[in-house]
Design a protein around this ligand. Structure first.
Ligand SMILES: CC(C)(COP(=O)(O)OP(=O)(O)OC[C@H]1O[C@@H](n2cnc3c(N)ncnc32)[C@H](O)[C@@H]1OP(=O)(O)O)[C@@H](O)C(=O)NCCC(=O)NCCS
Length: 172
């Protein structure tokens, strides 16, 4: 078995970083300002939480200011109530030259019982900006576990699909 230091990706780029180094999380009790007109936590609140915690992963990895470039699907599995605590956990799944894809997973917690349930998963792409405000190269990403490698391969596939969609003019 080869050690991490022996991996070709590390030797090609000594600045390469582990997926685990990108990890970030946050937790917050939902309040009245987070709700939609039907009294549930709104989609914009959910996206805001995902964007912030995912953006933190991109900053950890690149060490640069990062902008949100693309939201690649969010699955809203369960509604969240005002008074629930929302826990977010994120890590990078795939990195290109200047872009980084984060996977963000949310769990809602009933603070009276402590019961936690998976509520949302989403993928957001961030781009690192250099001092000139233009996209800048980021370190390579090193998947350490079989699951991280599987996510990396899926991320690479999604990146190809995103580029195809842009090239086909879906977003013009
Ligand atoms: C994201 C942005 C910096 C890309 O700039 P650009 O000049 O188009 O950059 P490039 O064409 O050189 O692409 C740079 C990288 O971004 C990726 N990218 C660009 N637009 C993208 C999009 N719409 N979706 C996903 N990835 C995108 C490219 O695939 C490329 O990735 P790679 O280097 O890993 O291969 C620019 O489109 C932008 O500033 N968008 C607005 C961002 C914003 O305001 N976000 C909300 C506030 S944070």
């Amino acid at each position: 078995m080869i050690t991490i230091e022996q991996r070709p990706s590390i030797q090609l780029d000594p600045t390469a970083k582990l997926v685990s180094e990108s990890r970030s999380d946050s937790s917050r009790i939902m309040d009245a300002a987070d709700q939609n007109i039907f009294g549930k936590v709104s989609g914009t609140t959910i996206f805001d939480i995902m964007d912030k915690v995912g953006g933190e992963c991109a900053i950890h990895h690149s060490g640069c200011p990062c902008v949100t470039a693309y939201s690649d699907a969010i699955s809203f599995r369960r509604p969240v109530n005002v008074g629930d605590k929302l826990h977010a956990e994120a890590h990078l799944t795939y990195v290109g030259d200047t872009s980084m894809e984060a996977r963000i997973r949310l769990e809602r917690e009933n603070i009276f019982t402590g019961e936690r349930e998976h509520s949302h998963t989403g993928y957001i792409v961030f781009v690192a900006l250099g001092k000139d405000g233009k996209p800048t190269k980021v370190p390579r990403l090193i998947p350490e576990t079989a699951e991280e490698q599987r996510e990396f391969d899926r991320g690479e596939q999604r990146e190809r699909e995103r580029k195809n969609r842009r090239n086909c003019g879906d977003f013009e």
